[in-house]
Write a protein that binds this ligand. Sequence first.
Ligand code: BGC
Length: 901
Amino acid sequence: MKKILITLNCLFLFFNFLMAQVTVTNLLTENQVNPVSIDIVQPRFSWQLKGGKRNIQQTAFEIKVLQKNTAVWSSGKVASAQSVLLPYAGTALQSGRQYSWQVKVWDNNGKASLWSTAAFFKMGMLNAADWKAKWLEAGFAEDSINRPAQYFRKPFGVNKKIQSAYAYITAHGMYEAQINGKRVGDYYLTPGWTSYNNRLQYQVYDVTSLLKNGANAVGVVAANGWYRGYLAWNDNKNIYGKKLAILFQMEIEYTDGTTQTITSDESWKSATGPIRYAEIYNGEIYDARQEKNGWSNAMYNDNNWSSVKTVAADKAVLVATYNEPIKKQEIFKPVKILKTPKGELVADFGQNLTGWATLKIKGKTGDTINLFHTEVLDKAGNFYTDNLRAAKQQNTFILKGGDEEFFEPHFTFQGFRYIKIEGLTGELKTENISAVALYSAMPPTGTFTSSNALINQLQHNIQWGQRGNFLDVPTDCPQRDERLGWTGDAQVFSRTATFNFGVNNFFAKWMKDVALDQQPNGSVPFVVPNVLGPNAGGSAGWADAATIIPWNVYLAYGDKQILIDQYSSMKAWVGYMEKASKNNLWNTGFHFGDWLFYRPFDDNDGRSAVTDKYLIAQCFFAYSTQILFNTATVLGKTADAEYYKNLLQKIKTAFVNEYVTPYGNLVSGTQTAYVLALHFDMLPEVLQKNAAEKLVTNIKNYGDHLTTGFLGTPYLCHVLSRFGYTGVAYKLLLQETYPSWLYPVKMGATTIWERWDGIKPDSTFQVPSMNSFNHYSYGAIGDWMYRVMAGLDTDESEPGYKHIIIKPHVGGGFKNAAATLQTYYGTASSGWKIITDKILFDVEIPPNTTATIYLPAKATEAITENGTALSAIKDISITGSAEGYVILKVGSGKYNFEVKQ
Ligand code: BGC
């Protein structure tokens, strides 16, 4: 008995020791899990601490990096609480080499963790000279009308046991590759879209498992894509070049340590195949009768294929892919197959998405099936495509006949909820067709739930709007002949975007193209990559993406690198406004203004919420200068900080002189005018209260409706809650009639609409020339739902949620609301639930972070945590009360508060 007790006691002590010991997990290199192509010479490491107890803090870390079994860097024990974005500081990393790394930490009890499991990263091509491969163009004259996809192939031998094999691929055009008949990787629409003349991404694939001893073959097919396909309007094609080309290099390492490089060169062959036509807007024609079975297998006979041409192209523009690739995501089956009043055979997938439809079918040789894609059916229930403008969104499949055939496109994408099928002889069954969502494989990070089903649908629509438009670049819409990287839309939505998905790398990649397509005079284009010409830029609210997005990404992830990388571009944009302004007043040039503000039909008495475009410009001039001051401060650029601080004051003074009447009213009495003036602190404090009252009065005058467009909408509720009108903000959020966030939800939306009334109350449509049903700009309300309603936010002085602010705003008649966020430190969450006379607040703070929690309570005594009075809990410090909140400071852990009402 005594022996058993001693053993149990030892086990208990050991278990406690284990529980007490922190562990290290989720190792990331440049925010990615085991990336295979890094071309950053000092990649940065991040990790998370895990452990049962509360208030876990890291006090020191040690990192070791190995190449095979050779140490290339050891940080030694470093006294530091930093566990996110630690730069490598060892000997120079080599192109194409794979490295592994591990980390151990010490916690605030001085206890050391065990070494983490190893993570790895592989370097990309660090020098243009690393590329032995040659750019290849097809050796045949192409059909210049349809411009069918071009196939390239090369057989090669492998005669020893393989250790590893990696393929480096890119193209002028879009490409897909196969080795021995198998698809290489699961990325789509590669190489993605960048400012190709300046930067072209290549992708790296581990193809070890695709190779076999003996005869092998590789095949690459290329099509128009963004490189030479139709983009924007006016028959605009060949924007980056006229000829498709591919670049392929495979590095094989054998177990005996020798290596072999297979490259694209003169020995390759080229031909066309089943993809007879492929355009992003118009779709694809796939003729199965022209398939070349086995074209990427070694034994395939390519005698009647053409040769290739090698062409010179600057390899210095080649960069490793930094953002997440586009992947196939959710698959939808039809929720309904119907015949429209016009007799059209239509499948409804129940969700408006971006991607394509796949078809499984059996038929005769030459049977031609057309799939048309659209977002909505019209009032009568017929297939409606007017809002697609010139984009056909049509995929055509021509059967070879015999067994069942499976069709899906390759080099296009559609924005749709419904498809119309023509040419089908038999019956259409749900098992025949699916809808495949395609979007950048950003890690999902945020959830928001509440007791209101309509609001939950709104959140759903916001997230699907982001999924539908984060396709390697943030597009305005996925369906019509546009789908461009509109800067204004991206900036207004950027903060919300950082909640829903991990978009650090997504924006870091795109912002580089913003800087590259920026004009020498500092003007920032309307769209990036810029396909609208050098003069299409410089609009307030759009160009400010150059400052606002880097700042929002810095706040959300604590990643200074984007500020460092974008600093000169940010300065150039503010410099442009300075040069364009007179006496610090910027009132020149073209501006979109508060795009798609509320404008009633046949507005005879001036109900349209038209805000002076130069008033708006002056506000963004100030906000971008404010962000530049903040950035210069964060980067320790004191002289610049001083300069921009002074400039900011002058801009605000000029604003007041030009746009504020002696009684403190703005020359434009719109909601957007007051929202921007208050959110960007354009007004002296004495005038702010009056301005906020003016805003609230305006909202009442419109029957508790918003009237804001793209630029006023993101900040409307933030301004209302900041100035004590959270109740009014909730009223607007819960408003169900047009204009409001919930009106489209009530009208059946499954994404965010471009217009407040894309479908009017009488079920007719807004003007087809600009009426997308998948535009995320108005989804910027998501940010307020996370940060104010649920109250989950980061402290700007310790960004990236190193210090978290929990400040929920209970109200609006909601019974509960909750937000969770996967931060780089781990899960953070804030939720509240009203139960009779008390409110429960559940909070989770990840290890190695701290938080300030604001609980709406009259007194500390009204609060208990897990049933214990606050005063009796050691690891919660009560720091005061303000604005009806009791303020607490806590470390990591889960907290369950109960506040008596
Ligand atoms: C785009 C918007 C953009 C706007 C600016 C529209 O065509 O779809 O996303 O912000 O133009 O004018």
